[in-house]
Design a protein around this ligand. Sequence first.
Ligand code: MLT
Length: 334
Amino acid sequence: FLKKVCTLTAAVSAAAMLTAGAVSAKNFKIAVGDGAGSSQEGTGKFFIEALEEKSGGKHTATMFLNGQLGSEQDTVNEAAIGTLDMSLLAINNVTPFSPTVGVFTLPYVILSLEDAEKLTQGPIGQELTENTIRDAGVRILAWTYTGFRRLTNSKKPVTTVADLQDLVIRVPKNEIMIATYKAWGINPTPMAWSETFTGLQTKVVDGQDNPYTTINSMKFYEVQEYVTNLRYIFSIEPLIVSEAVFQDLPEEDQQILIEAGKEATVKSAQYLRDIEAQIKDELVAKGMQIDDPANDEAEFIELATQAVWPMFYDSIGGVEKLNTVLTTIGREPV
Ligand code: MLT
């Protein structure tokens, strides 16, 4: 009997190895929320280059820009069930599916690119990746660094919280961002990213917030005039892969995806360092007026941190999770 079991086991492993070895060349489909010239597209290119090189040309991937494959939040669902391979999207659009990643969206937690790199590439980033696999069926392969989300609007310069009061501002369907604008005294309008340009163009909303590179790549300068240099969220945009798709790959290919993701992450940071100042100048050249918030943003910071942080301690995994994040980037715990 034992001999029979051993023979059977050997046959099964041989069959598994054959199947693994036979995994054909893949062309992964990557949904991308933003357009050409965006940081998301940059990370996608870096990832595809590394993937092709590390797999000796066996695997590649194709990006579908501008939300062609659905809204950013819809792509998380698609990847979860394995009908989409990968998606490049803002972290705030992952939070509804895996609330602990909200710690990266809490206002005024991440205060620089260096903070973002330290957090995403260290143990906290690793833990959040495990959480998204558990909660949402998607694995984070790479991180895009896109810069601070700047407020734009079509009506007037905004430098104080009082200036905001008569504006209709679009936000992603993200509870933390909705709560932040409420703390600043207004009721924002939640709207999918894929509908935002049209919302601004038809004046259903007056404004929105996103980093310079996103404002530029999405051509928001055509429908928005004023930019306020808020720094309440440093935008981080993961490349996620369907865990079902990932688990179907042989271990060697899984490792290639992970390594390609790491390479794309490092290059994304360099890309932002190289282009952000230039993109800001381009926006001015295209007619946008850019203002700093009054008093070093003090009023925005105080209202947002005091009201919003405690509201989300539970969903991010407890106040101690926020304290781990704060101390990792050299700040005082709460
Ligand atoms: C959003 O505002 O929904 C996202 O940040 C957009 C993006 O992915 O750039």
